[in-house]
Design a protein around this ligand. Structure first.
Ligand code: LLP
Length: 419
């Protein structure tokens, strides 16, 4: 289902006209569809139901508690990469026993907090981290439930900035040293070594890299078992891509088949950490056209959203479809425009020479597929308030994060007493 659709000449989120949200809440603002999030999650749950598998929603994709809680109620656990995310997940109602803590640079303080909370699993990314986790757990009289994240040296064929499974990436334990470190982990008193993990990248559109990574984990599992070690769990990470501009993506069923054919008969408990594929197309960024400027050689549509609200185009040259809220009429005229924000950088550019129906100041536009890595990557650059977030369910909606006020933003600075 597409939660955003035209009806009566207007774009709606489920049964709510986006124009109404813009009038009530102001722009820019993020809008999420509860039904779409639910449907995307259920797709995973249904497809994986024949396997001993559990879904840990990757909170980094969208950490609004409304989103986490929606998924928690459906049975998802949470994959977090900082104690901040852990606190959010706990506050949103995810039990500590349903939280996985991943990330390449967990601090000792973060380990203490997670051990005290009693989380489900630590995904450890290096020998150094393993030893620190061991010491920390021992000092607290605890054992840390641990899996080792392996770097399988597989090219995920995605954007370089979001590829994580190649040998030159900072992530995971090099597969050549994995057996040795796993054996060491099994001997440490503060570590309960349970299994393996991997995550090869994000926005994957091809199943082949998954297959080779999972096959390498299966081989490693057999090797470890051959030397008398126990491997009871494999965390397969996240990464399934979404269609930003009509790309063919991986179907969840094809993914499930690849999982079954590679690690399905190892008798292990399986875990997945999807983020983007659950929330990306369940959200959009609503903005208003401030001005249309005729440049010397091109036309600029200046909107009230900017790179501080949605940084993906500036950071990854990412494409987001931009739809006028008013449905295109019979006049199917399009013109090529640059869609830009008001920030003082040329990189504050959402789209270059994009064919769009003509728009005028005051018109509303939607940046589509912005539910993942949108609001979470926002900043207050140029002292712009963080955009509010709204969740729609059927014919109703609620503001799930208000716009940051100028007072809150500016009130945090302290002028030194010597001035
Ligand atoms: N697990 C681990 C260990 C991860 O590092 C990530 C994402 C995920 C799971 C979730 O991956 P997903 O299913 O969402 O692809 N800001 C970038 C994406 C960064 C992804 C970081 N890691 C973007 O806007 O494209």
């Amino acid at each position: 289902m597409n939660p955003f659709h035209h009806k009566d000449g207007e774009l709606y989120a489920e049964d709510v006209p986006l124009r109404r949200i813009a009038e009530d809440v102001g722009t820019p603002c993020y809008v999420y569809s509860s039904a779409a999030i639910t449907e995307r999650y259920q797709r995973y749950a249904t497809s994986l139901s024949g396997l001993n598998a559990r879904i840990y929603y990757s909170v980094k994709a969208n950490s609004n508690q409304a989103v986490i809680a929606t998924l928690g109620r459906l049975g998802a656990g949470a994959d977090v990469v900082s104690v901040g995310e852990m606190y959010r997940a706990l506050k949103a109602g995810i039990a500590a026993k349903d939280i996985v803590f991943a990330g390449v640079g967990k601090t000792r303080d973060e380990m203490v907090a997670a051990l005290q909370a009693g989380i489900h699993q630590f995904n450890v990314e290096s020998r150094g981290e393993l030893l620190t986790l061991n010491e920390t757990a021992v000092s607290l009289g605890k054992r840390a439930p641990t899996v080792l994240r392996i770097n399988p040296d597989v090219d995920a064929k995605t954007h370089a900035k979001i590829s994580t499974g190649k040998a030159e990436n900072k992530f995971g334990i090099d597969i050549a040293h994995a057996a040795e470190i796993y054996a060491e982990a099994a001997s440490l008193p503060g570590i309960e070594i349970i299994g393996l993990a991997c995550h090869i990248g994000s926005q994957l559109l091809d199943i082949a890299p998954y297959r080779s990574a999972f096959a390498k984990l299966a081989d490693l599992t057999r090797q470890l078992r051959g030397s008398g070690l126990t491997v009871g769990r494999i965390d397969l990470g996240g990464g399934i891509g979404v269609s930003y501009r009509g790309e063919q993506t991986i179907s969840i069923d094809d993914y499930t088949t690849a999982v079954m054919e590679t690690v399905g008969n190892l008798g292990v408990q399986l875990e997945m950490e999807p983020g983007r594929s659950i929330v990306a197309d369940a959200g959009l960024l609503l903005a208003k056209v401030i001005n249309v400027k005729e440049g010397v050689s091109r036309k600029f549509v200046i909107v009230d959203a900017a790179m501080n609200d949605l940084i993906r185009p500036a950071l990854y040259e990412a494409y987001h479809e931009i739809l006028p809220i008013r449905a295109p009429g019979d006049d199917a005229r399009v013109e090529r425009v640059d869609v830009v924000g008001p920030i003082c950088e040329s990189g504050d550019l959402f789209a270059e020479q994009r064919p769009m129906p003509p728009v005028s100041p005051g018109d509303l536009v939607a940046f589509c597929t912005a539910g993942a890595y949108g609001a979470v990557m926002a900043s207050t650059y140029n002292t712009r308030p963080i955009a509010p977030e709204v969740m729609v369910k059927g014919g109703e909606y609620q503001v799930v994060r208000p716009r940051l006020s100028y007072d809150t933003m500016i009130g945090q600075d302290v002028v030194p007493s010597w001035l």
